[in-house]
Design a protein around this ligand. Sequence first.
Ligand code: SF4
Ligand code: SF4
Length: 346
Amino acid sequence: MSDMTARCTSCGECVRPCAFLQQHGTPAAIAKRGSNPDNLLTAYGCSLCGLCDVVCPEQLSPSSQFLAMRQQATAQGLVDLKPYKPWLTYERLGGSVLFRRDQIPANCRTVFFPGCSLPGTRPAATKELFRRLQHHDRSIGLVLDCCGKISHDLGLEKQFNTIFNRLQQRLKTYGITRVLTACPGCSKILKKHGQDIEVHSVYELLAEQPTSVPEVTLGTVSVHDPCPARFDLAQHKAVRKLIKLTGYRIEELPSSGTVTRCCGQGGIVEGCVPGTVRKEATLIGGEAAERPLVSSCAGCCETLSSVTPTAHVADLLTGTGSFSDKPAASFRRWFNRLLLRFSRLP
Ligand code: SF4
Ligand code: SF4
């Protein structure tokens, strides 16, 4: 926090687009309040979306400060984890042997790692993406597991390290050097913590495969770039290319690309500030001005579908979903993941 107190000029650039900073003051003002418990706990109102990092003229990273405050708070036992129990249970169960799967073909160096949300909400699309990858290269494998992002974002460092190290060790044992992700959250975690692992979004590889643009235009959509992927320019480009290949025109949102907004689910803020998801989703829906949205994050799709018709890029690409689909119920997601875990795959 001392770096922030010394270098932040309190210019207010990051405060303007952020409800959290509007409530608590500039990153320097928060840092100056020190490490007292009340101040550390305010960090749970920050979605860790990183928009402040992009707009800061001093190239500071307030989002890193707020993650460090969360880590300090949990290390000191200050955090009541009860409100976060549903998320932590989801992570623990989803990473158990019941839901883990490794399908590693001969000479496999690359695996598809779809994460938890896509298999839970879109098992058919997940299978189809894997089928297309296998069609492209038979040596591409599949790993179903949890990346530990929930523990990471809650500041539970020890718990996160246990989950992530288990995954990393398995990849290492198989000799995997490249991971293709479908979830921007997994992508961010793997890029930040994966040692010697090359990480790309699956959409980059799929966008490279030759396909022609359909002659009939199906309509105009806007793209919501998920906040964990705000710096992943290759993913932004690939997702847009794939959307166009499925027959849609794109009209960009004012908040897109590196300055995209969080859909409200980031940092599990909803656990301590109920209503955040609705508020943030409404802001993005307002920018879309009734145009349908397309995103590459299943979590964002669920949130945004409450304010405007929203599809996942995998829905359009594989023809397995549409803008009018309702988010899958919780029990259905577990069932979908189990089905995928035990189903026959190419
Ligand atoms: S990470 Fe997002 S929510 Fe947190 S302070 Fe920065 S802009 Fe605000
Ligand atoms: S944009 Fe940077 S310098 Fe300005 S208030 Fe935010 S952190 Fe401080």
